[in-house]
Design a protein around this ligand. Structure first.
Ligand code: AHM
Ligand code: MG
Length: 280
């Protein structure tokens, strides 16, 4: 596992350096989910593929930007699923975006998660690495990732980050969001899930939601490389997750590699409140 984490660190460092002088144009292609790919989505995917291909403990990789699983070492045990550049549609406005990695043993299912990692490419390069507990690392000027602190969620936060087209929210989600604002929650939503969840985790609480909507009844966010790894990190930090139906996101089964799900990540208080409003 340490060797695998080392290769992920190498890949995010290369992406972070490339982001200093990026090509912000679109390519001519779309990925499996129908998003138009930026040249930089493709480059980030190539950097990660090249770097992880040098790691003998990885059996296969699954990328948001590839249609199929890519087998690397048939007899190895880890499968790495990743979103090479989450929030890439915000590259043009220079917002913080990141890469997300899920490390599964033998099968790409939430119950087989062994670790989850994400990077944030902001004014600093930071990495959250979670095996037993999420730990924050920051790149220093000698190009080493320095441990900063363990991340722990408090029981209740103040931040409300919710996605999806509002006119397509159903009445339950509208009621839930309204009740949070009535309680004094503040809106914080950038449009890069990795950054929005990072904010909730570092501030110690709050809720991020991407609900089922009329135009996207299964939500938008992808289980294997976005939802499961970030749910793993939030739950290991003492937070809670749900798909809106009482389930921890980590109880869900994934039927195909690009499957999506409605998803909610937060502190204990907000997820308990969500389930109350959603089940009324
Ligand atoms: P991406 O991986 O192509 O960047 O798409 C995922 C992103 C998430 O980071 C974010 O939460 C969501 O899409 C934003 O979608 P919306 O603009 O519908 O709120
Ligand atoms: Mg993404």
């Amino acid at each position: 596992m340490q060797d695998l984490i080392f290769h992920i660190q190498k890949a995010v460092l290369e992406i972070s350096n490339a982001l200093k002088f990026p090509d912000t144009n679109y390519s001519q292609n779309h990925n499996f989910t129908g998003d138009k790919q930026l040249q930089f989505d493709v480059l980030s995917d190539e950097i990660i593929t090249k770097t992880l291909s040098q790691c003998p403990s990885i059996k296969a990789i699954i990328s948001e930007e590839k249609d199929e699983i890519l087998t690397l070492n048939e007899n190895a045990k880890f499968i790495v699923a990743y979103d090479p550049l989450d929030g890439s549609s915000l590259m043009d406005v220079n917002f913080t975006i990141g890469s997300i990695f899920a490390i599964y043993e033998e099968k790409a299912q939430a119950k087989n998660l062994k670790a989850a990692i994400y990077s944030t490419y902001g004014s600093r390069l930071e990495l959250v690495i979670c095996q037993d507990f999420p730990k924050l690392y920051r790149l220093d000027n000698n190009h080493n990732f320095i441990f900063i602190k363990e991340l722990i969620m408090s029981e209740k936060g103040k931040i409300n980050a919710t996605g999806g087209t509002q006119k397509f929210w159903d009445h339950k989600h509208k009621a839930f969001i309204k009740s949070l604002f009535n309680e004094g929650y503040r809106l914080r939503y950038s449009g890069a899930m990795v950054s929005d969840i990072n904010q909730i985790l570092l501030k110690g609480g709050g809720i991020f939601s991407y609900p089922a909507t009329q135009d996207a009844p299964q939500g938008k966010l992808r289980m294997l490389f976005e939802v499961f790894p970030l749910a793993y990190i939030i739950e290991k930090a003492g937070g809670k997750t749900s798909d809106g139906n009482n389930q921890s996101l980590l109880d869900l089964k994934c039927d195909f590699i690009h499957a999506t799900t409605p998803c909610f990540f937060g502190s204990e208080y907000e997820i308990t409140k969500l389930l109350k409003v959603y089940n009324e």
